[in-house]
Every structure is written in C-alpha cells, then in structure tokens.
Design a binder for this molecule. Structure first.
Ligand SMILES: Cc1cc2nc3c(=O)[nH]c(=O)nc-3n(C[C@H](O)[C@H](O)[C@H](O)COP(=O)(O)OP(=O)(O)OC[C@H]3O[C@@H](n4cnc5c(N)ncnc54)[C@H](O)[C@@H]3O)c2cc1C
Length: 481
C-alpha cells in the first residue's frame, strides 16, 4: 500500500465510485474503501430514479429543457428549500452526469415513455425524470466496469470489508483515516484528500434519535447507512445540520413492530396507481386526509402530522374481494392469509371488535365508517372531497392494516462549501476533507419534501466533480472537457 494516497474515498457506493473513477482518470493514486464486502452501497436498494435537464435523451425526443427551469421546479415543489448554491451545482451538472451514464450503456426502462414528468413524487412541469430497468443496479452496472478499468490500470486500489473508524488530523488539517478490517485489525492510512461518501444514517436508530428526534425512525435502506462518516467528521468539528427537515413517505407496513428497520412498502396507496377503496384513519379512529388527494406531498405531510406517524387502512371483505388487488408483490389468495399471521394485519366480525384489536376507540371508528358510508351513498364526500367512492364498508369480516410514515433516506448531514469541502461550526472548510452523497443529508437538496431523483444523481454528480476537478494533488491532470 502507498505511504500517502492522493485521494482516499470512504465508501464505494453511489457517490464514491464516480469519485474514484474520475480521480483515477486524472492520474490520482486512489484508495477506495468500503465496510461492506461488495461495492454499490444503496444502489442495491435504490429505485434509481434521476432528474436532469438538457440531456441527450431529452434532445433526441425533442424535449426542450433548461437547468434554470429545473431549479425553478425544485424551488416551487420544495417551497424554496433547495440549497441555493449546492442545488444549482447539482442541477447545472446533472445532464452531463446522466449523459455519462447513458453514453456508457444505461438504458431508460422500456414501456414507460421516459423521461416522464413525475412518478411517485410531485411532478415536474416537463419530462426530465428517468431510470433504468433495474433501478439503482442499472446505474451500478454502468459504473462497475469503469471502476474495474481504473483498478486494472492501477490508479484505484479497492479495499472491501475495510471500515473507517476515525479521521486523522494534524494542526487542524485532515491527513488520513483510521481503518478497521473485518478481523478487528486497525491501521492508519494517509492521504492528501479524504472524501466521505459513506451515505446516510437511516439504519442507525441511536443517531436518528439524536439528529431527528421529532420523528420516529421506520426505514427501508442499506444496513450500512449508519452515519459513520458523519459521526467521524463531527468528532473533528464538522458542522451537522438539517436533521429536523424530515418528511415521511406514504406509507409502509412494519414487518416486526419492534424493529425500526423493518418497514416495507408492498401496499398500493398511491391513487395515481390504484384509486383507493379503503379509508385511512389515525390512532384516534378518525379520517385525516383525502385518501385520493392527487398531491403525494399533501398526503405525506398529513401523515407526518399524525400521532406517531401512524395510520390504519380500513376496509371490509366486500372491498377485499371486489377491488383491484392492492398488494404489490403478494397474490390476492396469499395476501388474505396475512390477516391471520401478520402483526400489522387485523380482522374481526364487527367494527367494535376490529377497533379493539387495532387499539383505537370503537365509537370513533364506527362514526368514521358510518360517515364514510353516507358519503358513498350520497356520491359526495363533504368532509374531505374524496372522489373515489366505489362501495361502502359494511360487509364483515372487517379488516385493517397498520401502516406508518417511513423513510429510505436521512434528512440531516454534513454542511459543505461550494467546492464540496466539509465546513466546521464556524463555516470554515476543514482542510483536505470533502463529502458527497447522502452524508450531506437529503434535506440539503430537497428541503422538507421529496424532489424526484434529487439524491442519487446529485451523489453521482458531486462524486464526478470531485474526481474531475475539485480535488487537488500534485501531478493532477486537468480534466478533459
Ligand atoms: C429503497 C430506496 C429507494 C431510493 N430511490 C431513489 C430514487 O429513485 N432516486 C433518488 O434520487 N434517490 C433514491 N434513493 C436514495 C439514493 O439512492 C441514496 O441517497 C444514494 O444512493 C446514496 O448514495 P451515497 O453514495 O451517499 O451512499 P451509498 O450508496 O449507500 O454508499 C455509501 C457506502 O459507504 C459505505 N460505508 C458506510 N460507512 C462506512 C465506513 N465507516 N467505512 C467504510 N465504508 C463505509 C457503505 O457500505 C456504502 O457502500 C433511494 C434509497 C432507497 C434506500
């Protein structure tokens, strides 16, 4: 191993891989480490959706777009919460990153007429949202051979099952990291630049409680998203903020009520994919949102405000049998068995008995169902304005599924300057320390909402920019434009 690396990249995931590739292409001597026994990080989980304005894909289809319009859309959707300079940096460079992926083999998933304006989050005003058939894996499949090429050339050394445990400093400047191998052996490695691409903290309940105490953690994410880069940087004085800017996703079922990392989607609650036949009630047994409200953001904020971010999907045997099936991955005949076995599924002969099993007030639940049934009969939901009113809830057995607001991302993270240098609590850059990806916190590029594709592609973009031009070392070549 080298005595001093030009670049040490901590985390061989979405942001770390392009950092290493582009630094390697510029001739750096790069050490790329990962705690896991494989590269890819969250790309193994991610849906892989990316947003970019001015891409070759758009041009081929005659879609006229501009980064300024993309910024404008992000500010409109986030209520002005897109970071003014980092957001601009991500968006102005997004098309080059997307084109880099498509030039190297990424194909938009067939059958969906990509790019699309929206899918699952608030729609953009134009078609700029696309992803590969295998989600995040499609991105990894493009980047892995490019990384292998740099490893083959000897510019990048990859060390798996190697965890960073500490950042080393001398006179306030970062000079390397301490690493721990799977067998517990520790070593120090030195480098001119250290780049933290360790991902978020949605798999770390203790850190979540500290940084995002307002909201309970229920997540579906990479188990290595433990915030270790954030913790190590904080230990040397880095500024961490944004943890309170959380918005839950709508909604998941806990597979194990005692395990905060066991949230799973699996039920189709988005009205644009399946108009609801069920009602949603909170812990008080009351409806709290128009179930078919066209805005995802509206429904997510409504759930965020409920006690414990909890809700119940309430329906009956008539709806179960007659509505379009609403489990995403389980056949109807298998899904019915969950009501006998799953801790979040409830079944009873009467509404009062169902309420008892759910732990909600029976009179409230009965009143909510009676009032909803009257709305169905009248063909008008005066209370919430719901339009999907296919049939009443009046045929036992009565059914309920406990669901929760959940997350795949963590909101808070390291603060950076415009050259992607990690800053301290006074806003001054910590010499030689850089970061990219979810370690910045999802909120920095999204605020308290979800901006389509504004996590994955910015991670790739910032990694690319770091490798291509922002990192400095003796002998670095200028990037070929
Ligand atoms: C289910 C799901 C769906 C998603 N869908 C989308 C989407 O459609 N669009 C979008 O924009 N975003 C999406 N996201 C978010 C996005 O994918 C992530 O924010 C992004 O991939 C994170 O990239 P990263 O490089 O910061 O982290 P990662 O890709 O997770 O990489 C971090 C790496 O660091 C390693 N590591 C951690 N700690 C250490 C340590 N101490 N030492 C060494 N290595 C360490 C990890 O093992 C990991 O390999 C989704 C996320 C999930 C979970």
């Amino acid at each position: 191993m080298s005595d001093e690396w030009d670049v040490i990249v901590v985390g061989a995931g979405t942001a770390g891989i392009p950092t290493a590739i582009f630094a390697g292409q510029r001739g750096a001597n790069v050490l790329l480490i990962d705690a896991d026994n494989r590269i890819g990080g969250t790309l193994h989980w991610s849906t892989g959706q990316m947003t970019a304005a001015g891409t070759k894909l758009q041009k081929k289809l005659g879609i006229v777009d501009d980064p300024e319009w993309h910024i404008d859309d992000c500010q409109r959707i986030s209520g002005g919460e897109l970071h003014p300079t980092l957001g601009r940096l991500a968006i102005e460079n997004a098309a080059d990153s997307f084109d880099w992926l498509t030039d190297n083999g990424l194909e938009p998933a067939p059958g969906l007429d990509m790019p699309v304006a929206g899918w699952g989050h608030e729609p953009h005003r134009t078609r700029r949202y696309a992803w590969g058939e295998n989600g995040g894996i499609s991105v990894l499949e493009v980047m892995e051979p490019l990384l292998d090429h740099e490893i083959g050339r000897g510019t990048v050394t990859l060390s798996l099952e190697t965890k960073m445990t500490k950042i080393l400093t001398e006179n306030g400047a970062v000079v390397g990291i301490e690493v721990e191998a799977r067998d517990g052996t520790k070593a120090e490695v030195h480098g001119k630049n250290v780049v933290l691409t360790t991902g978020g903290y949605a798999a770390n309940p203790e850190l979540w409680k500290e940084l995002t105490p307002q909201y309970p953690l229920r997540s579906y994410c990479n188990p290595y998203s433990r915030g270790e880069g954030l913790i190590a940087a904080r230990e040397i004085g880095a500024r961490v903020n944004g943890g309170e800017k959380f918005l839950c996703s709508f909604a998941a079922v806990m597979q194990d009520p005692d395990d905060p990392l066991s949230a799973r989607g699996g039920v189709k609650l988005n009205p644009s994919f399946r108009p609801p036949w069920e009602i949603f009630v909170n812990r008080a047994g009351k409806r709290f949102v128009r179930e078919d409200h066209p805005s995802v953001d509206h429904r997510e904020h409504a759930l965020l405000e409920q006690d414990g971010m909890e809700m119940f999907i309430v329906f009956d045997e008539g709806i179960r049998q007659n509505s379009p099936h609403f489990h995403a991955e389980i056949e109807r005949e298998h899904a019915v068995k969950l009501f006998d076995t799953h801790p979040s599924y409830f079944k009873a002969d009467t509404i009062a008995e169902l309420a008892g099993k759910m732990g909600v007030d029976a009179a409230s639940l009965e009143a909510s169902i009676t009032s909803y049934n009257a709305a169905v009969e009248a063909g008008k939901d005066a209370e919430f304005g719901r339009e999907s009113l296919p049939r009443p809830i009046d045929t036992g057995p009565y059914l309920a599924i406990h669901a929760v607001g959940f997350t795949v991302l963590s909101p808070g993270g390291l603060d950076l300057d415009d050259d992607l240098r990690v800053v301290d609590n006074d806003g001054k850059p910590i010499p030689n320390l850089y970061a990219s990806g979810e370690v910045l916190g999802k909120a920095r590029l999204s605020g308290k909402t979800y901006l389509s594709g504004m996590s994955l592609l910015p991670a790739v973009t910032f990694g690319r920019l770091l490798g291509q031009k922002l990192l400095k070392w003796e002998g670095a070549r200028e990037a070929a434009e």
